[in-house]
Design a protein around this ligand. Structure first.
Ligand SMILES: Nc1ncnc2c1ncn2[C@@H]1O[C@H](COP(=O)(O)OP(=O)(O)OP(=O)(O)O)[C@@H](O)[C@H]1O
Ligand SMILES: [Mg+2]
Length: 433
């Protein structure tokens, strides 16, 4: 099979995500451009407002109509740009989501039976639906917000430094405490959100398993004990969610308090400068609204975006693990299509083991002629299903040869072979198309 991808470096998920976005690069560029323009234009109104206050303070005439037109014009352009970027971003998000889910399900369906036996169905469903959705969220909502904030933060810092470097440094003086706050809460928050994910997956899987096997549960009168087991998982999940809320609450409260301190410091020193006539009142107005709204706002958001980023990283690691899982049962190089089957089946000294060192089939020799009906009878666990799995080439023998019409199954194209083999399962599954 050709879709076996190399294993990614453990921490290279974001880089790989960028690679995955390559087919959508035009749309990504358009989203980025519209976001950058709308963020930059959003900064102009506070600057204009400061200019008006400064002019009024100096007793200059203010051309009200011009300012009104400028403010209205900038607000309208910002609105239009935001609308455009919103449309572009949802188009990007949905196109990416569809292509990712399509690839994941397509890849999963080509994986060997062993993969489905080892992974709970609920987890696989959650992988295609929830994990892909989480990554999409990262790109559309968080990624866009981060770009917006980064642009504004850069422009604002340059502008503030050009007005008054000392006041800017005072405004930024609480930033180290933000970093401390981040270091304090980040790791526990990340661990908790990963635990929540794992627990939620386990809950889905558990529920799915018990509902699919409801006959057994009812048959053994296990409803109460199953409900108790489910409750215990749910309670653990509740505890984790409360921990997450507590950690998040602590982070936010401290961040807000630090923001208040910064505002107070700017007002104190800036007000003193104004009283001394070394800073225009309008400039202080601009300074305050830019430093509070556009410096601490983005820093707080950068902090809060860490959680979705952590969640998306965990989701990406699961997605890439799925996409990187290789199928050992694949067409040999140069494999030919299976000719029309007559039906001569031969097991020649076939050995097979699911787990290394624990053979399940030991030297099976069996010949079935065309038109012959064969019933395999044996104790449970003797290997009947395993024999049929080998015949369907869900697995390859670990020793010996399995031929149909004298052709080793490993030498033909799997699809061309399976198309000619009929299976009647005890439980039927409807196939679309
Ligand atoms: N996916 C698997 N991984 C590991 N061991 C397996 C797997 N599937 C089956 N086995 C083991 O292989 C042996 C043969 O199993 P198999 O399902 O072929 O038996 P069977 O004859 O079909 O049994 P039954 O009559 O219960 O259907 C058993 O010991 C079983 O535990
Ligand atoms: Mg069986």
């Amino acid at each position: 099979m050709t879709d076996a991808l190399p294993t990614p470096p453990r921490r290279g998920y974001l880089r790989r995500l960028v690679n995955e976005l390559r087919p959508f690069r035009r749309l990504v560029f358009l989203c980025g451009l519209l976001t950058v323009l709308s963020s930059a234009i959003g900064l102009l109104p506070p600057i204009i407002l400061g200019d008006i206050v400064n002019r009024l303070q100096r007793g200059e005439r203010v051309n009200t109509l011009l300012y009104l037109l400028m403010i209205a014009g900038f607000a309208m352009s910002e609105g239009l740009l935001k609308y455009g970027s919103g449309v572009a971003i949802s188009t990007l998000g949905q196109s990416f989501l569809i292509s990712l889910r399509d690839r994941m399900l397509g890849h999963m369906q080509r994986l060997p039976m062993a993969y489905f036996e080892k992974n709970q169905t609920g987890k696989l469903v959650s992988n295609v639906i929830n994990d892909a959705g989480t990554v999409n969220n990262l790109i559309t909502s968080n990624g866009n917000q981060m770009l917006n904030d980064a642009v504004q933060l850069t422009f604002v810092l340059i502008y503030l430094l050009s007005i008054n470097p000392l006041l800017t440094l005072i405004a930024l003086s609480v930033a180290p405490f933000y970093v401390w706050n981040f270091r304090n809460f980040w790791r526990p928050l990340q661990d908790t959100s990963e635990d929540i994910r794992g627990k939620r997956d386990a809950m889905y899987g558990q529920m799915q398993e018990k509902l699919v096997g409801i006959q057994t549960v009812k048959g053994f009168g296990q409803e109460r004990s199953e409900a108790r087991a489910f409750m215990s998982t749910t309670r653990e999940l509740m505890g984790l969610n409360i921990t997450q809320g507590r950690l998040g609450g602590g982070l936010w409260t401290l961040a807000d308090a630090l923001c208040g301190v910064a505002t107070g410091l700017v007002l104190g020193y800036g007000g003193w400068l104004c009283l001394q006539g070394r800073l225009g009142a309008g400039t202080l107005v601009t300074f305050l609204s830019l430093s509070v709204g556009y410096v601490y706002g983005p820093i707080v958001r950068f902090l809060t975006v860490l959680d979705p980023v952590a969640r998306a990283q965990a989701a990406m690691s699961r997605i890439f693990r799925t996409l990187d899982t290789e199928n050992p049962i694949h067409d040999a190089p140069g494999a030919n299509p299976m000719p029309k089957i007559e039906g001569r089946v031969r097991f020649e000294d076939v050995w097979f083991e699911y787990e290394p060192g624990q053979p399940v089939l030991k030297g099976i020799d069996l010949t079935v002629l065309p038109g012959q009906t064969v019933a395999l009878v044996g104790f449970s666990g003797s290997g009947k299903t395993t024999i049929t799995s080998l015949l369907l080439r869900n697995y390859d023998p670990t020793g010996g040869r399995l031929t149909v019409d004298g052709i080793d199954l490993r030498e033909v194209q799997i699809e061309s072979y399976r198309r000619q083999v009929g299976v009647v399962a005890q439980e039927s599954v409807g196939c679309g198309g």
